[in-house]
Design a protein around this ligand. Structure first.
Ligand code: F6P
Length: 356
């Protein structure tokens, strides 16, 4: 059996652990196994840039951060557009798949990666996807690998921010990754004890946020912590399309709402206010113990599917069980926070404001 692996899109903790689980499962259960890794995601498949990987190459990867194969973002919309040589990237990938004589290609990635994986399936390639992203926004799975590690990092950062904010009696805005979906901000905000949580799914009113900040001080707290999702939206911005919002913010020299909000909160409440952007530390470093277990389960299950000849699917978690979805059923779809769902309500009913 000859299989290929690639990691595509923004990285996260656990990519190496998943590759390790796939490979070790196959090496343990099959007699003749050959594994190759494509460098830098679909770019490696397009160029036919692959490296043979032995069993020993996967040992020691359980806790390693990043991806040993490298990754790139290769926009889905460009896959079927002819390049200068007249062929498409899709055609080049199919040619590589055939040239290397693969029985299966494992694609570790997010929503965009799955869309391209579905294209490859439609062209007759045997593909199995694995759900990666700190954003936890892949449709059809309760959880993605890398998410809980990022939650741990962001919640820990909120706790650190709290102690310095208490010392100074400050309001602190902490921007957390997640452009489209607010899962990471929601979980980290709850786990990190934020007073206000702002998500892309729940447009917020500045008046309500300021009132919540003032209420935090009035209740005797020495600081107020606002967890701001990267994609959080002001209620006045909500009627605009994403692209239009980007334009409006660019006029203020911003890509997110965080600094503008910090300024307004400072002016209106009179409390010293600062903003901090957590950024890529949420994606780096070793996977948490939870993610190491999840990665092992997902990777091992993906290898089982491969041995059973189940292709054109992506591995998923549903109700605590590892399962799979057909790639065409989930490709291009996202999973968003339900503004009236149980988690948001639980948080709101313990006094956390969502600015609405
Ligand atoms: O998709 C994961 C993610 O980390 C988002 O939360 C964030 O908006 C984006 O990637 C950043 O992407 P890049 O690595 O291209 O800067």
């Amino acid at each position: 059996m000859k299989v290929g692996i690639l990691t595509s899109g923004g990285d996260c903790a656990g990519l190496n652990a998943v590759m390790r689980a796939i490979a070790l499962n196959l090496y343990t259960t099959e007699k003749n196994v050959e594994v190759i890794g494509f460098r830098n995601g679909y770019a490696g498949l397009i160029r036919g840039d692959a490296v043979p990987m032995r069993r020993a190459d996967f040992e020691g990867l359980l806790r390693a951060g990043g991806t040993v194969l490298g990754t790139t973002r290769t926009p889905f919309k460009l896959m079927s557009v002819p390049e200068a040589d007249g062929t498409t990237r899709l055609a080049k990938m199919v040619a590589s798949y055939k040239k290397f004589g693969l029985d299966c290609l494992f694609t570790l990635g997010g929503a965009g990666t799955h869309r391209t994986a579905a294209l490859l399936c439609a062209e007759g390639c045997n593909v199995i996807g694995l759900p990666k992203t700190i954003d936890n926004d892949i449709y059809g799975t309760d959880v993605t690998f890398g998410f809980h590690t990022a939650v741990d990092v962001a919640a820990d950062a909120l706790e650190r921010v709290r102690t310095t904010s208490e010392s100074h009696g400050r309001t602190m805005l902490v921007e957390i990754m997640g452009n489209k979906a607010g899962w990471l901000t929601l979980y980290a905000g709850i786990a990190g004890g934020a007073d206000v949580i702002l998500l892309p799914e729940i447009p917020f009113s500045i008046d309500k946020v300021c009132a919540a900040v003032q209420a935090a001080y009035a209740s005797g707290k020495r600081c107020a912590i606002v967890a701001v999702g990267e994609g959080a939206v002001l209620d006045s911005e909500a009627p605009f399309k994403r692209r239009e919002r980007v334009f409006i913010r660019a006029e203020r020299g911003e890509t997110t709402v965080t600094r503008h909000l910090a300024e307004v909160i400072g002016q209106r409440t009179g409390a010293e206010t600062r903003a901090t952007v957590l950024g890529y530390i949420q994606r780096g470093g070793e996977p948490s113990a939870y993610d190491r277990v999840l990665c092992t389960r997902l990777g091992s299950y993906a290898a089982q599917l491969c041995r059973r000849g189940m292709f054109g699917v992506t591995v998923a978690v549903s109700g605590g069980k590892i399962t799979f979805n057909a790639l065409p059923d989930i490709a291009g779809k996202y999973k968003f926070v339900d503004p009236n769902g149980e988690i948001v309500r639980a948080a709101e009913e313990t006094g956390i404001s969502f600015g609405r």
